[in-house]
Design a protein around this ligand. Structure first.
Ligand code: ZN
Ligand code: ZN
Ligand code: ZN
Length: 465
């Protein structure tokens, strides 16, 4: 076994670069970027935790997607740490984990390079890629060290107590955009000021808010109908009614205890309905119960759209996309194209897919303001009316029309797009002369030979003018 600054290389029959790291002080994250997998020795739990958090917290794909195993011999692993690794092993006999490593590596191959515009998209993208390569759900883990009482693998590395609200918003957006399917796990009640789950619930005095209360039974004497606090009845070892002076003998027969009353030790107020208060251990706010934030903590599964997007990238600026009636989203288009590719693989009749890109210089686009959307909607109407009802239409990047013609000849789609191209060119050049508009189109055969993502990449590449 060779000792390097990446740890000890573990020999294996597939020749993978699997490194065992026991001394975490000597290894830097960047040194391990080229490894195929890491095994972290849990005999130093603190070093191990710090290292795996750095790894999963990175934005570099080869690091956060790195297959990481933990070597633990007769030692209980913290569930949070376990949720961040790909498995726990009890010896360096690595043959059992080799197939898992290869599977993760294999799924990594289909991840296209993407640039993410916002921090939220960056975090979501890496989370989805982690889920995709592991074919795993995102499951929250109970964690008393977490601000909200639960930790999500990967995601929680990027949110601290100051921005929990953003994390929940991000998860909600991801579900709304159909990347994630939520599965209920638990409900948490959080401080309305700081989103902490570390609350102390207690009854307080409605007059002075003190929690220094003592409770006492109320006693109801059936015979004379008197109701009063228990201490009024106590007479030595016996209970005697202060109103009628009779001795009380059997609960349920001659008296009962219908409820309790509260006595405030601070202001001597006596009452039956205390006020529930959730005192926050983090920001020290007193939260009336109905002001607490209640949030469902969910596990998340990748939807087919999520799987697709984790490979090809999330459509940027989701909310700014021009929405067009009768046009599906880019991610849905990718799914339809996948189905058409699968169909064509076993059928003698291929299909066709095409694109039409309207390129207008950014400055012109900005000066047009909302009339740009109106113009695209007009072109979209034209595209819709010219194509067949069986054609599947999508609009992406605010300037690209995508078409699938299932079980249809390439030449038909080509003729159609050529016709649309000519008409739209005429229209735009007469309404916006001399601003440098280019319109291009492209057609690809869908015969099942090429992967659907390759087809899409070809369609997005510059086409004919
Ligand atoms: Zn009585
Ligand atoms: Zn009081
Ligand atoms: Zn708080």
């Amino acid at each position: 076994m060779a000792q390097t600054n990446t740890g000890t290389k573990i020999p294996n029959e597939r020749g993978l670069g699997i490194y065992l790291i026991s001394d975490f002080s000597g290894v830097e994250l960047k040194d391990v970027a080229l490894a195929d997998a890491l095994i972290l020795d849990y005999s130093d739990p603190i070093g191990c935790e710090r290292f795996i958090r750095q790894c999963r917290g990175s934005f570099i794909g080869t690091l956060y997607l790195m297959p990481v195993f933990i070597l633990a011999i007769e030692r209980q692993i913290e569930p949070v740490i376990q949720s961040m690794c790909d498995g726990v092993i009890s010896s360096t006999q690595v043959e059992a984990i080799v197939s898992k490593i290869e599977k993760i590596k294999q799924r990594q191959v289909s991840l296209a390079p993407i640039d993410s515009s916002t921090p939220e998209v960056r975090i979501l993208t890496k989370t989805m890629r982690y889920m995709f390569t592991r074919e795993a759900k995102l499951t929250p883990v109970v964690d008393h060290r977490s601000h909200i009482g639960y930790t999500y693998p990967i995601i929680s590395e990027h949110y601290n107590s100051g921005n929990m609200q953003d994390m929940f918003q991000m998860l909600e957006n991801a579900s709304e955009n159909d990347y994630f399917r939520p599965r209920f796990v638990d409900k948490v009640h959080l401080c309305s000021n700081c989103y902490s789950a570390h609350l102390n619930f207690r009854e307080t005095c409605p007059k002075c808010q003190s929690a220094d209360l003592v409770t006492e039974n109320l006693i109801h004497h059936f015979l004379c109908a008197y109701i009063g606090p228990e201490h009024d009845f106590i007479s030595g070892d016996y209970l005697v009614c202060p109103k009628c002076n009779r001795m009380l003998r059997h609960i349920g027969v001659d008296y009962d205890k219908p409820s309790i009353i509260y006595n405030c030790q601070n202001c001597t107020h006596t009452f039956q309905e205390p006020v529930m208060d959730g005192f926050c251990f983090v920001c020290q706010k007193h939260n009336p119960i109905d002001s607490l934030i209640d949030i469902s903590v969910n596990a998340f599964e990748l939807t087919p759209i999520g799987e697709e997007s984790s490979q090809s990238g999330l459509s940027k600026d989701q909310k700014e996309d021009v929405e067009l009636q009768g046009f599906i989203s880019y991610t849905t288009y990718a799914i339809f194209l996948k189905y058409e590719t699968e169909r064509a693989r076993t059928s003698p009749k291929p299909g066709a897919a095409g694109s039409l890109v309207v390129k207008i210089p950014q400055k012109v686009k900005e000066s047009m303001g909302s009339s740009y959307s109106r113009m695209m909607a007009e072109i979209a109407d034209f595209v819709k009316n010219t194509t067949l009802s069986t054609d599947i239409l999508s609009f992406a990047n605010n300037n690209t029309f995508l078409i699938i013609s299932p079980e249809s000849d390439r030449s038909r789609l080509e003729a159609l797009l050529s016709q649309i191209h000519d008409t739209v060119s005429k229209l735009l050049n007469s309404s916006l002369p001399g601003v440098g508009i280019t319109i291009t189109y492209k057609v690809e055969v869908v015969d099942g030979l090429a992967n659907h993502m390759d087809v899409i990449n070809n369609l997005m590449a510059p086409g004919r003018e």
